[in-house]
Design a protein around this ligand. Structure first.
Ligand code: ADP
Ligand code: 5GP
Length: 203
């Protein structure tokens, strides 16, 4: 049976910095085919181990502002003094080719995507507790105490946006969080409107 889709599904994943989004996404991508992780543009400095073009495309403020001016971004936001944004072209090409596209973006950007693409799936990921979020940010050992404090403050504001999302995933154990996201994506694939191609032969 040909399961290739006519159009890919846009999936938006948000959650506070340090909750484990990158960890969960890496595991999800290793398990699931036909899904593309949208590599965002950012003006923040790379962390140790991050690769340009893999984790992010690292650009200057001038380059980023040029992309805004040329309307090249699906959405963008400022987060703890840096710009972050999604390239429209890169994701449109994949969606048109029937490939699912996963965005790891913060809540302001997610709201902009919801306004432009209401059919997208919106998933929010939380830690098992606020204390555990703080522990993870410290254990990651990539940000200064000031930056960590800013990210924890930001997290409290972000949690207020959860009611605008479709699904809430708890990242206690990575494997369980990945399993929940897999279940959400599989359910979306089974929607009648996403199976029109298969249905045609029964008409
Ligand atoms: P984010 O991408 O949301 O900022 P990361 O994926 O960088 O978060 O994870 C932050 C830290 O927490 C990392 O050190 C990572 O190894 C750790 N981590 C991620 N998920 C879990 C988990 N389920 N349990 C314990 N530690 C985790
Ligand atoms: P970090 O600096 O921890 O990698 O990311 C900080 C925040 O920026 C995270 O909440 C992440 O989801 C968000 N982010 C990453 N890329 C984008 C993007 O392209 N657009 C928006 N709006 N947020 C992004």
């Amino acid at each position: 049976m040909n399961k290739k889709k006519e159009k890919g599904q846009l999936i938006v994943l948000s959650g506070p910095s340090g909750v484990g989004k990158s960890t969960v996404i890496a595991e999800l991508l290793s398990q699931r085919d036909n899904i593309y992780f949208s590599v965002s543009y950012t003006t923040r400095q790379p962390r140790v181990g991050e690769q340009d073009g893999v984790n992010y495309c690292f650009v200057s403020r001038e380059e980023f502002e040029g992309m805004i001016a040329r309307n090249e971004l699906l959405e963008y936001a400022e987060y703890v003094n840096n710009y972050y944004g999604t390239s429209l072209k890169a994701i449109q090409e994949r969606l048109d080719a029937g490939i699912d596209v996963l965005l790891d973006i913060e809540v302001q950007g997610a709201a902009k995507v919801k306004a432009r693409c209401p059919e997208a799936i919106f998933i929010f990921i939380i830690p098992p507790s606020f204390e555990e979020l703080s522990r993870r940010l410290h254990r990651r050992n990539t940000d200064s105490e000031d930056v960590i404090a800013g990210r924890l403050e930001k997290a409290k504001v972000e949690f207020r946006e959860i009611p605008h999302y479709d699904y809430l995933v708890i990242n206690d154990k990575v494997a369980d969080a990945v399993g929940e996201i897999e279940a959400i994506l599989t359910a979306a694939e089974c929607r009648v409107e996403n199976r029109k191609g298969i249905l045609a032969q029964f008409a």
